[in-house]
Structure formats: structure tokens, C-alpha cells
Design a binder for this molecule. Structure first.
Ligand SMILES: Cc1cc2nc3c(=O)[nH]c(=O)nc-3n(C[C@H](O)[C@H](O)[C@H](O)COP(=O)(O)OP(=O)(O)OC[C@H]3O[C@@H](n4cnc5c(N)ncnc54)[C@H](O)[C@@H]3O)c2cc1C
Length: 377
């Protein structure tokens, strides 16, 4: 008999959900995390009474009723609706592309006028490609223009995409943008999902709720004493980097990361919205997040005379930085597949979560994955 049924490496949403399900079934888990706090990337740091999303803005959204009911059984969610605004050289546009955006861009007032304008611009882009003797779009710039036309591409897509990828749109492959959805309604709700919101009191409440009755240890790196941690539980649930688990034997996987510059401002309401995208290339950051707008609405914004903002800089990843987004190019996908093959042969280890799968997942799918992993055991 070992001390624990599960040793769970990583107190992120995957590890915490798995631990919660195990606890409900009367199983004993120990959750360890190398960071100084629980919660993984959804952890919030309280600064000036405001929950600051330390690892990037997180908005919970799903159409899966089971997942929505599950998270709401742990903590109540508020009515936050993601409606980002784009700032292009001081001009403001609503996102995602909808009738408000088209009115702001061209002064068009009806869906028919907007459609006609977009069709006209798409036709111009196609004609230009034809004149250049080009059949298929050769890069992201050409692809975006035949999908949406020049104005929206140049003001709302070009600079932002170049900052995100660290490369010119003319050097990026066309397949990155398959579709550019447009809405011919005055609807600024970014997500199409049936449910969205932020936990009342912040994400730490969700994690703490999931981990009620579960033993946890922070500042504890699995690899500092791997043999010991493996010896104390029947099974290991591993949510760290998959290449690290296998000692990087085939080489290191690559990521893209984000650097955050967080600042307290002596102003109650800095930008009037949680998310403002800066879409011109000349501004070095991609977005400014004003965290209080995730949890306070209307006049309540003025109850706290201060605010906290984070500027986000999309950055090339190197050792020691946070590995945020997998790079899904051919080289990294092949490497990840080799590690996944090794993982599938480890009978006593469950690999789960975004790092152990080397796949980007939103929070709701991560919860579904943790459910699947637990009930497959
Ligand atoms: C910038 C950014 C913004 C995002 N925004 C959204 C959003 O708006 N909406 C949405 O639905 N999703 C969003 N996501 C996705 C969301 O963050 C993930 O779905 C979720 O956090 C994944 O949980 P996880 O448990 O797999 O990973 P993580 O949260 O990364 O947890 C893994 C944990 O394992 C720990 N760990 C790793 N190695 C070891 C080790 N050797 N020993 C001990 N501990 C270890 C880490 O410290 C970490 O705490 C965003 C992601 C990023 C990167």
C-alpha cells in the first residue's frame, strides 16, 4: 500500500480538476507545484484590491453545459462578456468585426452597405493578385486581403499579427488565416459560446474550491526528487512539460511566450474596458489589459481609486521563460509526437494538460480532458 493513490504534478486547472474528482471518489492525492502558488496559469495576484491575471488575461467560455454547471458548482461566475476594442493610431474599433466596426471604419449603416463595401475590397485584392499573375495567395497578407479587403487588413490585422508572430505578414504562410469571420449585426460579444464569465472573487476561488480536502505542496519541483515522488503514489498524474519528463532525449520543444509589464495607476478607470488591442506595428505591445473590468461593472469601477494594467509583449521563448504557446510547425509537431509515443507506453503515468500534451487548450476543454482522464483510469 502506497501513501497516496495519485501524485499530481502541477496545480493548474488540469491537476486541480483531477484531484477534485479523485477526492470525490474517496481517493487520496498529493498535488505538488514548483511555483510558489496553486492555480497554474489561471492564478491571480491581488494588487491594490484587484485580481491581476498574472499569467495573462483569462476569460472562461464554453458551450458545454456540463462543464459550465461543474465550474458553477465550485464558484459562482459573473456576467463578464468579452468585448475587446482595437486602437489603431488613436482610432478605436469594436471587435470582433461587426456592424459597429464597419460603421467606425466606413460610416456604413446597414448590413447591405457593409457587405457591398467588403465585397468591393475583396474584389480589388483579387484583381491585384491576378494582375501580378498570382493564382493562390502566397502569404498571409494576400490571404487576409482576399478574405476581408485592404482597410480592415491594414488597420486591424497587419500590425497585430506581425507583433504576435515576430515576422512580416508577407513572410507568414497563408494557411495561418483560413477564415476571417464577420458579423453583420451590432454584436461586440467576442465569443460565440453559450456561457462565459469570470469567477466571482477571481480564479483563485475556483482552484481553492477544487482543492478542498486535497493535500498540496508548493515550491516543490518533481524533478528535484523524482524517485521519491514516484515511490509514494500508485499513479503519477503529470502536467508539466513532456520533453522535460523524458529528459529532453529527442531535443527541446519550442514555445512562444508573452512578457507582461504590470503597472498600478492612480486613476479609477484607465481605458474603460478590460481588453484593448493595439493593432499598429509601431506600438511594441499587442494588448493592454485593465484587470478590474473583469470583475467590476458600471459605477462600481470607481469604488477603487486605483487601477492595474498589464501591457503584453509577444516574445520568442528561451529557457527560463514561461512556455505559453506550443509552436505547431512541422518540426515541433514531429518532436512532440515522438514524446507522446513514449508517454503512451508509461502505464503508471497519466499525462494531461497543455504542457504534457504540447497542445493549446482553453480552460473549458482542459476540464473536459481532466474528466476524461479520470474516468478512463
Ligand atoms: C497567455 C494565455 C492566455 C490564456 N487565456 C485564456 C482564456 O482567456 N480563456 C481560456 O479558456 N483559456 C485561456 N488560456 C488557456 C489556459 O491557461 C489553460 O487552458 C490552462 O491554464 C491549462 O491548465 P494546465 O493545468 O494544463 O496548465 P498550467 O496552468 O500551466 O499548470 C501546469 C502546472 O504544472 C506546474 N509544473 C510544471 N512542471 C512541474 C514540475 N516539474 N514540478 C512541479 N510542478 C510543475 C506548473 O508550475 C504549473 O503550475 C490562456 C493561456 C495563455 C498562455
Amino acid at each position: 500500500m502506497k501513501q497516496y493513490d495519485y501524485l499530481i504534478v502541477g496545480a493548474g486547472l488540469f491537476g486541480a480538476t483531477f484531484a477534485h474528482l479523485a477526492h470525490l471518489k474517496g481517493k487520496k492525492s498529493l498535488v505538488i507545484d514548483k511555483r510558489s502558488h496553486l492555480g497554474g496559469n489561471i492564478y491571480c495576484e491581488n494588487i491594490e484590491g484587484i485580481n491581476v491575471h498574472k499569467y495573462g488575461a483569462h476569460i472562461f467560455h464554453t458551450s458545454n453545459k456540463k462543464v459550465w454547471n461543474f465550474v458553477n458548482s465550485i464558484v459562482e461566475f459573473n456576467r463578464y462578456t468579452n468585448s475587446p476594442v482595437a486602437n489603431y493610431k488613436g482610432e478605436l474599433y469594436n471587435l470582433p468585426f461587426n456592424m459597429n466596426t464597419f460603421f467606425e471604419m466606413w460610416g456604413v449603416r446597414t448590413p447591405a452597405e457593409a457587405q457591398a463595401k467588403i465585397d468591393e475590397q475583396k474584389a480589388e485584392a483579387l484583381a491585384k493578385m491576378k494582375a501580378d499573375g498570382v493564382e493562390e495567395p502566397r502569404n498571409l497578407e494576400e490571404q487576409a486581403q482576399i478574405l476581408i479587403g485592404k482597410d480592415i487588413y491594414e488597420k486591424l490585422i497587419k500590425g497585430y499579427t506581425e507583433k504576435q508572430w515576430g515576422r512580416k505578414c508577407t513572410e507568414l504562410p497563408a494557411f495561418i488565416i483560413k477564415r476571417l469571420p464577420v458579423r453583420f449585426t451590432f454584436d461586440n460579444n467576442y465569443f460565440k459560446d453559450s456561457y462565459q464569465g469570470i469567477p466571482v472573487g477571481g480564479y483563485n476561488k475556483l482552484i481553492d474550491g477544487l482543492l478542498v480536502g486535497v493535500e498540496t505542496k508548493v515550491n516543490t519541483d518533481f524533478f528535484d526528487n523524482r524517485k521519491y515522488w514516484e515511490s509514494i503514489a500508485d499513479k503519477v498524474v503529470y502536467t508539466g512539460q513532456i520533453d522535460e519528463y523524458f529528459d529532453y532525449q529527442f531535443g527541446k520543444l519550442n514555445y512562444r511566450t508573452v512578457r507582461f509589464e504590470t503597472e498600478v495607476i492612480d486613476e479609477a478607470n484607465y481605458q474603460g474596458n478590460a481588453v484593448v488591442n493595439y493593432t499598429e506595428a509601431e506600438v511594441p505591445y499587442t494588448r493592454v489589459i485593465e484587470h478590474k473590468h473583469f470583475e467590476t461593472f458600471g459605477d462600481a469601477v470607481y469604488d477603487n481609486p486605483k487601477t492595474v494594467i498589464s501591457r503584453e509583449y509577444s516574445t520568442e521563448w528561451s529557457d527560463g521563460m514561461e512556455p505559453y504557446y506550443p509552436v505547431n510547425d512541422v518540426k515541433n509537431n514531429k518532436l512532440a509526437e515522438k514524446y507522446r509515443m513514449l508517454a503512451s507506453k508509461q502505464s503508471n503515468v497519466i499525462f494531461g494538460g497543455r504542457l504534457a500534451e504540447y497542445k493549446y487548450y482553453d480552460m473549458a476543454p482542459i476540464i473536459e480532458k481532466a474528466f476524461d482522464a479520470f474516468f478512463e483510469v
